[in-house]
Design a protein around this ligand. Structure first.
Ligand SMILES: Cc1cc2nc3c(=O)[nH]c(=O)nc-3n(C[C@H](O)[C@H](O)[C@H](O)COP(=O)(O)O)c2cc1C
Length: 201
């Protein structure tokens, strides 16, 4: 059935609608999104992350702030997110401002993570060269030993990033796929005011 995406009054309604279906029907990484950034020369980079919280404030994911993505996103204060559902024939993409999430929220999320993931977040100098696999494994073991029986602290270089959208496009394939006349609805948020328009496919 082709759903009429122009019925959504806010992008978050569309996200919730499609993401709920994805959660129920896609067992692996339904929350995988592509995060794009540009470096200081304007050269683009994109990588997959798992989005952990979505509200009308924006999309939150967790990473190393000193990673390439961290540096590029904070340097430009802007980024881009793309989510695609093969199952539903939907893409949701958002352009917007980048902000660190409050440290208490990052602490809270970090505390729910598996201990191994907590150790990795501490030892990984994400995006830097590592000499070999054994160097990485030894760093993990050393850290693990050092913190035996103790809580693993959240490193200050690791936490949440929120992409606060200024533009969100919902793309939905039509059942009559052959025409390629798919639906595109764009929400723009300007000084807190939301507007909606339809684009040619
Ligand atoms: C399915 C999947 C999920 C991932 N989730 C995350 C994530 O939530 N956070 C993260 O920092 N990297 C995640 N990664 C790794 C990133 O894609 C990327 O390799 C890493 O963050 C380094 O990117 P950068 O060098 O551009 O900063 C994930 C990769 C895949 C394939």
């Amino acid at each position: 059935m082709t759903i009429d995406i122009s019925k959504f009054d806010h992008w978050i309604e569309a996200w919730k609608y499609f993401y709920d279906i994805e959660l129920q029907q896609v067992p692996l990484d339904p929350n995988a999104v592509l995060i794009s950034s540009v470096n200081e020369k304007g050269v683009p980079n994109a990588r997959v992350v798992l989005v952990k919280d979505v509200s009308d404030d924006g999309f939150v994911f967790y990473t190393n702030y000193d990673s390439q993505k961290g540096k590029e996103l904070f340097h430009n204060s802007h980024g881009h997110l793309t989510w695609y559902s093969r199952l539903q024939g939907v893409s949701i993409r958002a352009q917007g401002k980048i902000e660190k999430v409050d440290s208490t929220i990052s602490d809270q999320y970090f505390s729910t993570r598996d201990r191994n993931a907590q150790i990795s977040a501490n030892i990984s100098k994400q995006s830097q060269e590592v000499e070999s696999r054994s160097v990485l494994d030894n760093e993990f073991k050393e850290f693990e030993k050092k913190f035996e029986g103790k809580d693993i602290p959240r490193p200050s270089h690791w936490g949440g990033i929120c992409l606060i959208p200024s533009k969100v496009e919902i793309w939905k394939s039509r059942d009559d796929y052959l025409t390629r006349l798919h639906d595109r609805i764009v929400f723009s948020i300007d000084n807190g005011v939301l507007s909606k328009k339809r684009l040619y496919p």
